[in-house]
Write a protein that binds this ligand. Structure first.
Ligand code: ATP
Length: 348
């Protein structure tokens, strides 16, 4: 069975240069039917360029894009059957909500009665029934993005592309919209690519996350895999808070980190190998195998947790999260924490 048979979208070896800038450097990616895949990466990593290549607004210098069984690399955008929502994708300001949502159907010469039925259905799906006769400027930002969403799904596209669609909304509304997109995407079984530079948004929404940096994909995996078992320093550092160390495996189940400290880790890595160690701040506990004692140098109250920076007596510095019980430790306070070997992720 070919790759394209099991996936809705197959991107292979896509490279895109703008003069000296290599925006995409041999990107390959597979999106399964009905999957919501998030592309997560810092500003300038190539996320939007990748989406534009998929949508047909940029032509790649090398590589191909397949949708289902067909090669769409050279197909014009209008013939790709893709719905899109962008951060600042303005609705047509002079058209009503109804007019905006009907637009893609009119472009496709759908009969009038069918248009009416599908517009009503799409507006109901985004919970905007009764708003059809309003103009975009008579809506809130969140409502406008819901209209944009209705417009993107009204023609049953084979693929939905969302480029930071909630970037301009306040936190609360953004969270509501995230859950709404997830619900909608599941209900309709829409194959979706969602772009964001916000790691929390990626964790909330995705079936899988593709982490991008400098035009390359660093890792593609499920949300838990990305968080618990990042493939390299970049992913470990970009997703979530981390304590990252490097060292060499000095004995089975033991790494000597640069600086001299020995740390017990899960066995399985060959002695002598250079490795990275990731300890998530929330994985420290009061007692355990690897003990770290030192002085608190910074403490922040986060409501449910304390975030503490600990300067250890052996010279290591740690970021630790503890449940917020009792008083917040003040700078200068002594603290001892420990981490179980199994809570440490070792990568090469
Ligand atoms: P952001 O999160 O800031 O939107 P991004 O990850 O989407 O960033 P891209 O917009 O894909 O990144 O840009 C990737 C690189 O390509 C950047 O260095 C950008 O400056 C460059 N680039 C993108 N489009 C063009 C263009 N039309 N002309 C020249 N350079 C471009």
């Amino acid at each position: 069975m070919s790759d394209s048979a099991s996936s809705e979208l197959l991107i292979e070896g896509v490279t895109k240069r703008f003069g000296e800038v290599v925006a995409l450097d041999g990107v390959s990616l597979k999106v399964a039917r009905g999957e919501l895949l998030t592309i997560l990466g810092p500003s300038g990593s190539g996320k939007t360029t990748l989406l534009k290549v998929v949508a047909g607004f940029e032509t790649p210098d090398a590589g191909s894009v397949r949708a289902g069984d067909s090669d769409i690399t050279a197909l014009p955008p209008a013939r790709r059957d893709i719905g899109m929502v962008f951060q600042n994708y303005a609705l047509f300001p002079h058209l009503t909500v109804h007019g905006n949502v009907a637009f893609p159907l009119e472009m496709r010469n759908v009969p009038r009665a069918e248009i009416e039925r599908r517009v009503a259905e799409a507006l109901a799906t985004v919970e905007l029934d009764g708003y059809g006769q309003r103009l975009p400027r008579q809506l809130s930002g969140g409502q406008q993005q819901r209209v944009a969403l209705a417009r993107a799904i009204v023609f049953n596209p084979r693929l939905l592309l969302l480029d930071e669609p909630f970037g301009a909304l306040d936190r609360k509304l953004r969270e509501t919209m995230q859950l709404e997109v997830r619900r909608l995407q599941r209900k309709l079984g829409l194959t979706t690519i969602f772009i964001t530079h916000d790691q929390e948004e990626a964790l909330v929404l995705s079936d899988r996350i593709a982490v991008m940096n400098r035009g390359t994909i660093q890792q593609v995996a499920t949300t838990t895999e990305i968080y618990e078992r990042p493939a390299n320093d970049f992913v470990a550092d970009f997703v979530g808070e981390s304590n990252l160390f490097h060292g060499s495996v000095s004995a089975p189940g033991e790494v000597t980190v640069d600086g001299g400290r020995r740390i017990a880790v899960p066995p399985g890595t060959a002695v002598g190998q250079r490795v990275g160690l990731l300890m998530r701040p929330e994985r420290f506990a009061p007692g355990g195998v690897n003990r770290f004692a030192g002085a608190v140098v910074e403490s922040v109250y986060l409501g449910t947790a304390f975030k503490l920076r600990l300067a250890c007596d052996d010279g290591m510095e740690l970021l630790v999260r503890q449940p917020a019980r009792g008083p917040l430790p003040v700078p200068g306070a002594r603290l001892e924490v420990a981490i179980d070997p199994d809570a440490i992720h070792v990568f090469q």
